[in-house]
Write a protein that binds this ligand. Structure first.
Ligand code: EPU
Length: 424
C-alpha cells in the first residue's frame, strides 16, 4: 500500500512557514560538487526525496557525503569527491529522477567521460535531453546512444564554444554551464535560462573559482579555468514551495507569513497574477505576508520560463481558480502533458475543460472531498490545496510524489493550525 494523505475540510491556514532550500537549486549544486577534487559544503539543503536520490547517485560514483541536520528541515551537506571511480548514472536511479542528467556536464568536464541512462517516459511530458547532448557536442564531446545509455567522452578535454539554445532549458543551461567551467577557452550560452536557480549555481561555481558572468540574463559567458576549489554555499529558498503556501492562503481564505527570502523578486509574475486574483502581499522582515481578500477573481495565465509565470505553480494555481468568481484560462507552454490533475480536481467538483495545452476553468461555489490520486509532484500539491478548501474528507493516494519536492508538509501546516493526516 502506498502512503496517502487524509484531509478533512474546509480548513484555514493562519501562521508562519519557513521556506526550505530550493529543490531545483540543490540538485545542480550537488552535481557541481563533481567538478572539483576539493570538498563542497552546501547549507540550507532540504531533506527531500529528490535530494536523497541525487546523494545516492553521487555516492554510487564514489562521492562521500557528510550530512548534519540543523533542524528537521535544514541540512548542511559536505561532499568529498576526491575518490570518484565510477562514471555511470544507472537506469535504476535515472528512472526515479530525470535531474540525474546533471552529472553529465561535471563528469565530462573533470574526467572526460560519463555514461547516463536514458530516462524513459515521464508523466508531465516527453522530456528529451537532446539540447544537453548537443551542448556537450558543441564543446567537443563525442556522444553516442547505445543500449539505453548516453556514452559521452572528451579524451582531450572540452573546448569553449558559442551555443545558441533553440528553446530555453533550465537543466540544459545548468549542465552545459558546468561542462564549460573547466573547458579550455570561452563559452557563450545564448538564449540561456534566467531562473534564480541558474544564478544560484553560477554564484556557487564562481565562489569555487569559476569565471562566469551574465547569469540571470539570456547570455552567459564562461571563461574556462584549470580547477575549482572548496567553498561553502547556502541554497536559495524554494520559490515554488513559497508560491504553494501563498495559494494555501488564497484558497482557504487565510493568511501566511512566508519567511526566508525575497519572494517578490523570485516570483514576479506569480505575485502580479495573484494580486489580480485578490491576494494581498505585504513585505515583512525576511519574507512576504500573503492574505486572502475573501474574493477570488478569475485570471488568464500562460506558463513561461523565468521571469514568466512558472509551470511548477500551474497546477496549484488551477486549484485556486476552480473557486474563482468566473472563467479563467491557463495555457501550459512548457510541458505538453501537465494537466493530469484536471481529472482529479473534477472528481472534487471542479469545472474544467481542456483543449490541448489550454484549460478553461469555470469557477464553482465549492469543492467536495473525494478520493483522488496524485500523478506528479506539483499535481499532488494542487490536490492538498483543493482538499483544504473542500467540504468533507479527501484521501490523496500516491503522495510519494509530494515527498519529492515538499518537506515537512504536515508539520508546516500544523504550525499554521491546519491538520492533515498521513496514512501508511
Ligand atoms: N527540452 C527539450 N530538449 C532538451 C531539454 C528540454 O526539448 O534537451 C524541452 C522540454 O521538453 C520542455 C522545455 O524544453 O518542453 C523546458 O524544459 P527544461 O529543460 O527547462 O526543464 P528541466 O530542466 O528538465 C526544470 C525543473 C522542472 C521545471 C522546468 C521548467 C529541475 C530539476 N527541474 O526541468 O521542475 O518544470 O525546469 O521550469 O530544475 C518540478 O520541480 O516539479 C519540475 C518539473
Amino acid at each position: 500500500m502506498t502512503a496517502k494523505i487524509e484531509i478533512v475540510g474546509p480548513q484555514r491556514i493562519n501562521g508562519t512557514v519557513h521556506i526550505s532550500g530550493a529543490k531545483n537549486a540543490a540538485l545542480p549544486l550537488l552535481a557541481a560538487s563533481l567538478l572539483s577534487d576539493d570538498s563542497l559544503t552546501l547549507k540550507n539543503v532540504s531533506p527531500l526525496v529528490d535530494v536523497k536520490t541525487m546523494l545516492n547517485l553521487l555516492e554510487e560514483l564514489g562521492a562521500v557525503p557528510h550530512i548534519t541536520s540543523d533542524s528537521l528541515d535544514f541540512q548542511t551537506i559536505s561532499l568529498k569527491t576526491d575518490s570518484i571511480d565510477n562514471f555511470t548514472a544507472p537506469y535504476e536511479i535515472v528512472k526515479k529522477m530525470r535531474a540525474s542528467i546533471l552529472i553529465l556536464g561535471p563528469l565530462l568536464s573533470r574526467f572526460g567521460m560519463c555514461m547516463v541512462s536514458l530516462p524513459g517516459g515521464c508523466s508531465i511530458g516527453v522530456r528529451p535531453i537532446d539540447l544537453h547532448l548537443k551542448g556537450m557536442q558543441a564543446l567537443g564531446a563525442n556522444v553516442d546512444l547505445r543500449d539505453g545509455y548516453v556514452h559521452a567522452s572528451a579524451p582531450h578535454g572540452l573546448k569553449g564554444a558559442e551555443i545558441d539554445f533553440p528553446i530555453v532549458t533550465v537543466t540544459g543551461t545548468e549542465n552545459v554551464m558546468m561542462a564549460a567551467v573547466l573547458a579550455s577557452g570561452t563559452t557563450v550560452l545564448k538564449n540561456a535560462a534566467r531562473e534564480p536557480e541558474i544564478v544560484d549555481l553560477a554564484n556557487c561555481l564562481n565562489k569555487m573559482g569559476a569565471d562566469i558572468s551574465g547569469h540571470g540574463t539570456s547570455t552567459i559567458v564562461i571563461n574556462g579555468v584549470n580547477s575549482l576549489h572548496h567553498t561553502e554555499h547556502s541554497v536559495i529558498p524554494d520559490r515554488i514551495e513559497a508560491g504553494t503556501y501563498a495559494i494555501a492562503a488564497g484558497i482557504t481564505n487565510g493568511c501566511v507569513n512566508l519567511i526566508g527570502g525575497d519572494f517578490r523578486s523570485l516570483l514576479p509574475s506569480f505575485v502580479e497574477k495573484m494580486e489580480q486574483v485578490g491576494l494581498i502581499f505585504t513585505d515583512i522582515d525576511n519574507g512576504l505576508r500573503v492574505e486572502s481578500s475573501g474574493h477570488i477573481a478569475p485570471v488568464d495565465i500562460q506558463t513561461e520560463s523565468y521571469p514568466g509565470f512558472p509551470t511548477d505553480l500551474q497546477a496549484q494555481t488551477m486549484a485556486l481558480l476552480c473557486l474563482a468568481d468566473g472563467e479563467s484560462n491557463i495555457q501550459e507552454n512548457i510541458w505538453e502533458n501537465r494537466f493530469m490533475h484536471v481529472a482529479e480536481l473534477s472528481r472534487m467538483g471542479a469545472n474544467i475543460e481542456i483543449h490541448n495545452a489550454h484549460a478553461k476553468i469555470i469557477g464553482v461555489n465549492g469543492l467536495k472531498g473525494a478520493p483522488v490520486m496524485a500523478t506528479d509532484l506539483r499535481a499532488s500539491s494542487s490536490l492538498v490545496l483543493s482538499a483544504l478548501a473542500a467540504n468533507g474528507k479527501t484521501v490523496i493516494d500516491r503522495v510519494y510524489h509530494l515527498d519529492r519536492g515538499y518537506s515537512c508538509v504536515k508539520e508546516k501546516l500544523a504550525g499554521c493550525g491546519v491538520v492533515i493526516d498521513r496514512i501508511q
